[in-house]
Write a protein that binds this ligand. Sequence first.
Ligand code: MG
Length: 172
Amino acid sequence: MLSEKLYKAINDQINAELWSAYLYLSMSMDCEAKGYKGIANWFFVQFQEEQDHARIFMNYLNSRDAKVELLPIAEVAVQWDSVLDMFKDTLAHEKKVTAMINNIAAIANEDRDYASINRITWFIDEQVEEEESARDMIAAFESVEGNKYGMYMLDKELAARVYTAPSPLAAE
Ligand code: MG
């Protein structure tokens, strides 16, 4: 059985992942409105991945005989000054998520809950990738600041991103 503290941290994390999904959906819609279809696609894939993260945690609570209790999703920004600002916000947000994931790992460690440690390890690796990809995007968009052709080419490049189910769900 999960400890009350660990249960609460994971249940809260479901809300945080759904809020992340909502944030990236909002960025996607802001890109659509500004004519950046490729960047909108990139954020839409991110939106799908965040829903998967929530799903992985929901499946995990269910499998441990703990009830998922969905919480209200707070509002998100609807407009950004630039795409660069979106990716800066993305990095700042993912750093917060990393801290939350690390907190879950610390509680699972205190509890010697080895199944939870195993489950959270996937997320620890995932956060390294999330922060790295946000940093890469910041570097890419900084390099084309004020350059319309550069923006056009990056937008085209990001149109190629395709959604794939994460391994914990693909294995089901
Ligand atoms: Mg996530």
